[in-house]
Ligand binder design. Sequence first.
Ligand code: ADP
Ligand code: ADP
Length: 222
Amino acid sequence: MNRRTFFVLLGVPGAGKGTQAKLLEDRLGIPQISTGDIFRYNLKNETELGILAKSYMDKGELVPDEVTIRMVEDRLTQPDAKGGAILDGFPRNLVQAQAFDKITEPYGGVSLVPLIHISDEEAMRRITGRRVCRSCGAVYHVEFNKPKVADVCDLDGGELYQRNDDKPDTVRNRLYVYYKQTSPLIGYYFAKELLVELDGNRPIDQVQDELMGLLGERDAVA
Ligand code: ADP
Ligand code: ADP
């Protein structure tokens, strides 16, 4: 069987999934697949998918499962995912998790599910201070992870902006959606003996080191 490695990052919005996944890509040699990033890319390019997703994203609601699952399935057929992927923001409910189990079954299923813990207060601080590069999507924070020059991306000089859904009212609804729809996945993956929990309330490089220890090990046996 053609085995692949699939890591699913879980945690409230703002936990640091995207930040960690971007760092892990290079070190593990498998791509980050962020459904949020793919939706935002489509939004920027005004595709049909982007226009559909916008109405849900602006309210902090989930984009319908059928569309989201098809999008991930399609992304996984691209050559860079032949060794697997780091899933960031997917699956986000039980229907998506079950669909992802089916998709990955031929490759040995999900390998490991790290859950990054932070408090809701910390999530609010992180999301409302988050800034994103308009051209490459790199993620910064106005206080905790500043770019070298204010409002300019260190990597490509792109302009940093605040996501429309990172304003306080939408953030509260996203946290609510997380607890209602996404948090049941904690039990789902615990029962499959795939869950590992990490304290996300530490500096980025410390969380990264712990993740690398956990994932690197699992990667080697996969
Ligand atoms: P998620 O993908 O889980 O929503 P992000 O990776 O986008 O989270 O991080 C949310 C915000 O918090 C960003 O502004 C990021 O720079 C910042 N951040 C990420 N990890 C940490 C950390 N360990 N300590 C402080 N700030 C962090
Ligand atoms: P965060 O990590 O801060 O929650 P994301 O970039 O992952 O932000 O997601 C932004 C928005 O994109 C979500 O609020 C939702 O509207 C949409 N989205 C992302 N991933 C999914 C998914 N797996 N299913 C449905 N909607 C999604």
